[in-house]
Design a protein around this ligand. Structure first.
Ligand SMILES: C[S@@+](CC[C@H](N)C(=O)[O-])C[C@H]1O[C@@H](n2cnc3c(N)ncnc32)[C@H](O)[C@@H]1O
Length: 202
C-alpha cells in the first residue's frame, strides 16, 4: 500500500490530544495552538474549528508544519515568539498549548493566552512540571511502570528536531499560579507525566 503522509507518531504529548479536542467548543470559529511544533495538533483541530493558527518560534518546526499542511487553507502557521507576536486580542474561541509553556515565563504566557481568548472561549494548557513534595514523588514513582510500559508498547518518539527543555516550576507552583491568573481553572495531573489546565473565559 502506498503511504501518502508522514509516518504517524505517538508520545506523551500526543496522548493528550483527544482530551484537548473534546474541550473545543462546538461553535468554534478560530483556534490557536501555542508552540505548535510540527503542527500535528493544529491539523487535528481543523476537524473542530473553522480556522486554526499554529504559532512556534522555531523556524524549522514552522517550515515542517507548513510542509505537512500544504493545501489546507483553513490552517495558518506563524513563526514568532508567543509573548511578542502580533496576534488579535480576543481573537480566538479556543487556545491550547502542549508542552510549550515551560519554555516561556509562565505568568506572562498564561496572561497572554487569557487575553487572546474571546469571552465564552476555552483555554487548555498541557504542560510538564517537576516534583517538589513527597506527594509529587509518590505519584511519579507509582506511575513509573505504567509510563514505561505504555511508552514501549506505543513506540513513543519525538519528531526530529523538536526543541525540548526541562521544567523549572513544580506541580504545586503551576497550580497556584494558574489559580491566580485563571479563577476557577480546572487543574489535573495525568499519569503520563503531564498536567492540564482547562478554563473557560467568563
Ligand atoms: C516540546 S515542543 C512541543 C511541540 C508541540 N506542542 C507538541 O506537543 O509536539 C515545545 C515547542 O514550543 C516552542 N516554543 C518554545 N518557546 C516558545 C515561544 N516563546 N513562542 C513560541 N513557541 C515557543 C518550541 O519551539 C517547540 O516547538
Amino acid at each position: 500500500m502506498r503511504r501518502t503522509g508522514p509516518k504517524p507518531y505517538w508520545n506523551t504529548n500526543v496522548a493528550r490530544h483527544a482530551g484537548i479536542l473534546r474541550a473545543v467548543p462546538e461553535w468554534c470559529g478560530d483556534a490557536l495552538d501555542v508552540g505548535c511544533g510540527d503542527g500535528l495538533l493544529a491539523r487535528k483541530l481543523t476537524g473542530r474549528a473553522k480556522r486554526v493558527t499554529g504559532l512556534d518560534r522555531s523556524p524549522a518546526m514552522i517550515a515542517r508544519a507548513r510542509e505537512l499542511s500544504a493545501g489546507r487553507p483553513e490552517l495558518t502557521f506563524v513563526e514568532g515568539d508567543f509573548l511578542t507576536a502580533a496576534l488579535p486580542v480576543e481573537g480566538y474561541d479556543f487556545v491550547c498549548s502542549v508542552s510549550a509553556i515551560h519554555h516561556m515565563d509562565f505568568d506572562p504566557a498564561l496572561t497572554r493566552m487569557r487575553e487572546l481568548l474571546r469571552p465564552g472561549g476555552t483555554l487548555v494548557v498541557v504542560g510538564l512540571a517537576r516534583e517538589a513534595s513527597a506527594a509529587d514523588w509518590a505519584a511519579t514513582i507509582a506511575a513509573a511502570p505504567v509510563v514505561r510500559i505504555v511508552k514501549v508498547l506505543r513506540r513513543a518518539r519525538e519528531p526530529e528536531g523538536m526543541p525540548v527543555t526541562g521544567p523549572r516550576m513544580s506541580y504545586g507552583q503551576v497550580r497556584a499560579a494558574a489559580r491566580r491568573s485563571l479563577p476557577g481553572v480546572r487543574y489535573r495531573r495525568h499519569v503520563l507525566r503531564r498536567y492540564s489546565l482547562t478554563w473557560t473565559k467568563p
